[in-house]
Design a protein around this ligand. Structure first.
Ligand code: SF4
Length: 408
């Protein structure tokens, strides 16, 4: 493992010798580092997306009706003046620095788009000198893509920390989605990740400015943010309380959770990585907050204020609240049905519609409507009849209950 890391570092330093990389050489570097800015695809699933691994700058997301959308995900530059402790692009790290001109990057993206290799653009950047200067360069790229190439498709534009409100408004006129990375779950954790960023003065302020823009002129694909999980000692309760208030106060579309991975040659290189399972449980709990009517206080945190790792949070909540069950499927309202493990939003809706026409009396009917019967049966009655499980539900149920890619 250590030898492989050293080989990678050597390869990076060799590439450093390239004096004038062409656009494709730049794309190789800037598409690769853009992948550190994970959003939407929990790393536990991301590793399975082998078909995208050849083109590191093509990133899978979920479009309308669950269709896979390929995003051209790239940085305008990796020549950062910032020095965040976890980041591959930090100033003190010795590796190749490259920057796209707006003309070059817009042309490259359009080539891939017209060649039907990608369906949308996700543009971010390191901060060269100032946030304003870097953001302007990104906006110029987007402007060329929209006006010169008449591109009408999806654009996600990252807003850099400290960007002026006027540039944010300009970005809102060009992009479908805007985001600011909050990085930490609270101001007190940010100095452990990013010594020069200001949580409320820069990051939260940026998010507030986008929210203001979004109120007057709604973004087609909303506002998102991203948190680094597991590098600063924050608890799951703190993370999910923040997410809940962001959903309520700023109408965020999504909060993305990025499990910390140590990067060689950074101050956090010897810190252990965050478990992908923790990231997954956070996404599952986030689903409960956004779509299942749960409040952060209801989530089944352990004594250490973390989510239990061995169980889907909805199942853990149900097991902690036996007084709420069994639920009679023919009488419970939509929200009560949603709280039953094994019943998701689609199957709950189907059940509510179906029982207007006929009584639900058999497990097979539930199965036909998409319920995961082996999980639901011990939490429900059908016309007064209880169907205890023949076996206990397995404890580790990762990934089955909720699936959660980035939705555009
Ligand atoms: S400002 Fe952004 S790109 Fe620069 S070091 Fe920090 S996280 Fe990395």
């Amino acid at each position: 493992m250590r030898i492989r890391k050293q080989e990678n570092l050597l390869q990076e330093r060799m590439t450093h010798l390239i004096k004038k990389p062409d656009s494709f050489a730049k794309l190789k570097v800037l598409g690769e580092v853009a992948r550190f800015d994970v959003s939407g695809l929990p790393s536990i699933f991301a590793r399975k997306q082998k078909r995208f691994q050849r083109f590191r700058f093509i990133y899978p997301a979920v479009g309308q009706r669950g269709k896979c959308v390929r995003l051209f995900k790239v940085l305008q530059s990796n020549a950062c003046s910032g020095n965040c402790f976890y980041c591959a692009n930090r100033k003190s790290r010795d590796f190749p620095r490259v920057t796209f001109t707006p003309e070059e990057l817009s042309k490259l993206f359009i080539q891939y788009y017209r060649g039907q290799l990608v369906d949308g653009l996700f543009l971010s950047s390191a901060i060269i000198d100032t946030a304003g200067k870097s953001q302007e360069s990104m906006l110029k790229t987007l402007d060329i893509v929209r006006r010169k190439y008449d591109y009408k498709g999806y654009i996600h534009c990252k807003i850099l920390p400290g960007t002026d409100e006027s540039l944010i408004r300009e970005a809102g006129g060009l992009a479908d989605r805007l985001s600011v990375n909050l990085e930490a779950a609270h101001q007190r954790y940010l100095p452990r990740l990013s010594p020069t960023k200001d949580f409320s003065g820069q990051l939260l302020t940026g998010l507030k400015s986008i929210a203001r823009f979004n109120r007057s002129r709604p973004l087609k694909a909303g506002i998102t943010t991203q948190l680094v999980v597991g590098a600063a000692g924050e608890t799951d309760r703190e993370i999910l309380s923040l997410s809940s208030s962001l959903y309520q106060d700023y109408k965020l579309w999504r909060v993305y959770y990025s499990a910390f991975m140590p990067i060689l040659d950074t101050p956090l290189e010897s810190q252990p990585p965050c478990s992908p399972l923790r990231e997954l449980r956070l996404y599952q709990a986030d689903f409960l907050l956004r779509l299942y009517g749960f409040s952060p206080e209801e989530l089944p945190f352990t004594g250490e204020d973390h989510l239990p790792q061995g169980q889907d949070p909805k199942l853990a909540w149900a097991l902690k609240n036996p007084d709420r069950f069994p639920v009679e499927v023919n009488k419970a309202d939509f929200w009560e049905l949603l709280r039953v493990p094994g019943i998701g939003r689609i199957s709950a809706r189907r059940l509510v519609e179906k029982r207007v026409r006929e009584k639900i009396t058999r497990l097979a009917q539930l199965r036909d409507m998409g319920t995961v019967v082996k999980r639901a049966r011990r939490f429900i009655t059908l016309d007064g009849r209880f169907y205890p499980s023949s076996k206990e539900t397995p404890v580790d149920e990762k990934g089955e209950q909720l699936f959660l890619w980035e939705e555009l």
